[in-house]
Design a protein around this ligand. Sequence first.
Ligand SMILES: Nc1ncnc2c1ncn2[C@@H]1O[C@H](COP(=O)(O)OP(=O)(O)OP(=O)(O)O)[C@@H](O)[C@H]1O
Ligand SMILES: [Mg+2]
Length: 316
Amino acid sequence: MIKMQDLKKDFTVRVKAGRFRRLKRTVAAVDGVSLTIERGEMVGYIGPNGAGKSTTLKMLTGVLTPSSGEVSVCGLTPVPQRTRLALRIGVVFGQRSQLWWDLPLRESFELLRHVYRVPAAGHATRLRRCRDLLDLDEFLDTPVRQLSLGQRMRGELTAALLHGPEVLFLDEPTIGLDVVSKQAVRSFLAELGRTGDVTLVLTTHDLADIERLCERLVVIDHGRVVHDGSIEALHARYGSRRSLVADLDRPLPDGFTLDGTTLTSVTANGHRVTFTLDSVTAGVAVAGLVAAVAVRDLSVVEPDIEDVVARLYTER
Ligand SMILES: Nc1ncnc2c1ncn2[C@@H]1O[C@H](COP(=O)(O)OP(=O)(O)OP(=O)(O)O)[C@@H](O)[C@H]1O
Ligand SMILES: [Mg+2]
């Protein structure tokens, strides 16, 4: 569905050098990305600020011409075949709007139907579905400029989907949304993914989006792919471990150890302790702990994706 081969985008920027001089400098925003994405995949495309995510999406959607390399989406070359491509993809740039500022959402949607020449029946079915899943009805007749960010974003998603695209590109679709709106957007996208006929590429800084939606995670940094695989693969690469958190009646005795684990934190009052499970199963660690001390409560915590991703960003 999507193919990128050694894709690059350079920007020339002028930087100040002394009082009057300006030097030209080249920024390699995307620096040789090669990826293949199959139909129905849901791919999280993440990376630190300035990594080149938005630039990649702009080349995929035909907004920017690559400096070199090859790119194809739905078998089309984005920039020269931009008009044909537009009928087959949906795009949401969280920071920008594709809606008409002064029109109510309802009318924006109707206009889009004409822009894309979508048959009325398909359009109506998709709109009905978006209205239900994204709770649009209460603000369908409000002008876009009066919508809150979360309401507008639900409108943007709908607008991107009304022509029944095969590929959806979302650049930070949950940016600035409250927890409830985020969940609404996520479950909407998950529902969309379940049917398997939409391919999704999503950038985000909220890793919960990725955990909820994407089996494949592509991480870029300085324009290059530094990880491509599942979240589990990332955890495996960094040796992330689960931990055992226990609430105790009284602090651990001095020098206490639990085989196969490392004691990684103790709260100030000593009543809550955390062990990393290095080489034992949770069952063995729990048995060892309850045999040694009085335990009031226990939980096993999965490794935190934020932690591994932070390690990946900082080590580079
Ligand atoms: N139009 C432009 N002119 C010059 N440099 C640009 C332009 N657009 C992007 N860049 C530079 O290219 C690099 C990548 O930018 P890009 O917007 O793709 O990053 P990003 O991964 O989307 O970051 P963020 O998470 O902050 O959105 C940055 O160094 C940025 O300054
Ligand atoms: Mg960006």
